[in-house]
Each structure stands twice: as C-alpha cells, then as structure tokens.
Write a protein that binds this ligand. Sequence first.
Ligand code: PLP
Length: 458
Amino acid sequence: MSTQTWAEPYKIKMVELIKMTSREDRLAAIEKAGYNTFLLRSEDVYIDLLTDSGVSAMSDRQWAGIMMGDEAYAGSRNFYHLRDTVEEYYSYRYTVPCHQGRGAENILSQILISPGDYVPGNMYFTTTRLHQELAGATFVDVIIDEAHDPESEHPFKGNVDFDKLDALVDEVGQDKIPYICIATCVNMAGGQPISLENLRQVRAWCDRHDVMLVHDMTRVAENAHFIQQREDAYKDKTVREIVYEICDLTDAATMSSKKDAMVNIGGFLAMNDAKFYEKACGLVVVYEGLHTYGGMAGRDMEALAIGITESVQDEHIHARVGQVQYLGRKLREAGVPIVNPIGGHAVFLNASKMLAHIPQEHFPAQALSAALYVDSGVRSMERGIVSAGRNKETGENYKPNLELVRLTIPRRVYTQAHMDVTVGAVTDVMEQRSTIKGLRFTYEPEMLRFFQARFEPI
Ligand SMILES: *Cc1c(COP(=O)(O)O)cnc(C)c1O
C-alpha cells in the first residue's frame, strides 16, 4: 500500500448525531454568545473545529480500559501502568498525574521559578506563559523570526534562534534563567515543528549554561511525524523512535494528554530528577490530588496509558496529519490565505490578509471566526490579538504579527466530507468579506480573556 495515502487506519463503530441549524438560528446564537465562539453551546455547532483538546474519539481498546479502572484512592494499578508507559514511550523516569496540562504547568512553574526570573521559550502558549507570570517570571520569545511570518515556508518554524538566547544571557545572566521551555509542534506558530538538529543544539546550549530543558510535549507525536518527513537523517526511523529521542534530550515535561494522547481529560508532569519529583509530589497534593492520581480517575489514567501507545503509531499519525494537510491544501487551492507550511493539528486562516479592511484593534480574527460560524455552523477559534492579551506591566495589548483563525481538527472524529464542507464555508465567507465588521469588547476578563470575553460589532 502506498504510504502517500492518508486513509484512516480504523473503522467507525459508534456515531454521535449532530443538529443542523439555520442561518437565523446561528445569528441569534452568536449574538447571545457575544461574538465569542467559546460561549456558543456545542449543540448549536455543526462541525466543531474549536480545538483538538479533549475532543478526540477514543478507540475500543481505550473504552475497554475505562472498564478496567481501579478507583482506589491510593496506589491505583492504572497509575503504575501510566507511569511505566510514560517511561517506555517518553523516557521520563517519574510521572506526576495532573487533571490537565495547566495543572502540570502550575506545579512546574511554582517549583522552578523565583520572582524576577526569565523563561525563554519557542513562542508563548496562553496557559504556559500565565503560570510563568503568576510565579514571578517574564516570558521571553526565542523562536526564529520565520515563525512570526505566515508567508515563510521554513520547514521547522518551531526552531530556536540562539542569537536571541545568547542576548538574553548577556542581558540578565544565566542565573536568572531557571529553564527553557521548548514546545513540540508549536501551537501558537500554527502547529509548526522543531527539528531534532535544533533541539540537540538547545540541549548543548542548556548544558553549557547550566539551564534546565523543559518540554511542552502536548503534540510531540505530530512533531515527530514532521521530523520523519523533513529531516533526512530520520526518514527511516519510526515515529515512536523519534518521539523517544525528542523526550530523551529533555529533563522534564508538561503534558496535556487531551491532545496527542486522545483522552477527554488528563495530563501529567514528568521528569528524571528525584529531588524535583519529590517537590512535585509535595505540591500535587495541594492543587490536584494524591501523587498516584493527581486529579485523574483510575479509568482515565488507563485510557491515557493506552492512548499513548496508539498516538505514536506511524499509520495513525500519517492519517491524522494527512487529514489536516488535505484541508489546508484545498483551502490554498481555493485562494484562501493560510499559514504555511500547513501545521500538524490545525489550519490557520490569515485573518489580517482576509479582512484587510479591519484594523487589528478591531479584532479581525475574532470577527472572521464569528462570521464563519454564522455562515455554516463551523466553529473555529481566534488566535490573534485577543488571545495574546495585555502586557501585565503596561496594560497595553500585545500586538502579535499573527492575526489568525484556527480550524483545529479533532483526532479520528470528522470525515473527508466534513473537510469539504469546511472549505465551502470558508470560501463563502471570503466572498462576503467586505460585509464583515470589526468588533469591540463589551466585557474583557483580566486573565486568559479570549475564553470568556464578549463583543459587539462596531
Ligand atoms: C493545550 C495546551 C496546554 C495546556 O493544556 P490544558 O490541558 O488545556 O490545560 C499547554 N501547552 C500547549 C502547547 C497546549 O496546546
């Protein structure tokens, strides 16, 4: 069989019916939701591309695992299965379960950061940066410039720029840098990978400067797939081998298992250092739960352990990324401006280009996302100035170069026909773009404002 096909390596044995709505229904729904797709009711959505988080379809094996839950308060057998799976597939010796990724970020940030520290990273992520800031650190973006340019075709836009890292050391000194946070398949850059060559250099840089290397491994399998496709030295390695090699280069990891690992809830903090593990166990009981469940039910830890083994299979990840590439290619063929290269988990529409008549302060990506929903019931998400938030010192809006709408594909959920409908919806909206108006806040939350903010048309 040709490896070029992305046809799914599974068949469907249960379906969930979805409601069809009219344009009038959707207009009323988006007004009620304050033009924020996060505030829509899911039953009013036709194709839900809001996120790939916690919305994947579990396999029959994972569901069987759910029935094998050992719901003991302490020492659940599912915890040991999860811990052993993390070590076998991801290399880390110690695992602290958490209710989801941000639970792990909270514990990690509190342990490693002292007020006044700086944490470099290959682009910010919303919850990651917030926990760094709450612990007293300042995030510093050290990703290559190409990552901020939606037109750049660089194959590894997740790479680190060492001039930026060196400049930070010159400015603040390495003692003020507790760790560097490296995300695989960088979400905010458009699902763009880091190369193993670059990661190996980051490892060497960390060793030279006595700085820890922390891995945001939420989408490590998708990153491994791109390494296999684009980095010559790895074309004959399996995704599973590449995933292990990536993890093995890093000291610790935070994981939102709601993404790659295909469970509806869960995550963990993992590390190799025994002292760090001891401190994490001390904090997890405060914020999440005992160190052998950390906010997860036994059954969920079991489904996660099984999901990890499925997530690193070559045929799974080829189909997963293949579907995203299919959607992206179709949109590009239709003349829609998108972020290139097409990412691993989502296609990002370039809203500043599509809605050039709306200035960034009037939230073009937010307006585009709302218009797309009204047109066809396709739910997407803003990733632009609203998501970026405000600088905590000056109160000014961060103004990201990327003003995007994210069409995020859940794993193993939608069909090729759903992707075709999505292409039709986006091209429809493109044609009517001159009728789309900018937005202003009617309610702006202080933290992670994009989740609950409300807007009205200008
Ligand atoms: C989703 C995500 C997180 C946070 O995880 P949650 O499970 O949503 O708390 C952290 N980093 C990245 C890159 C993510 O995509």
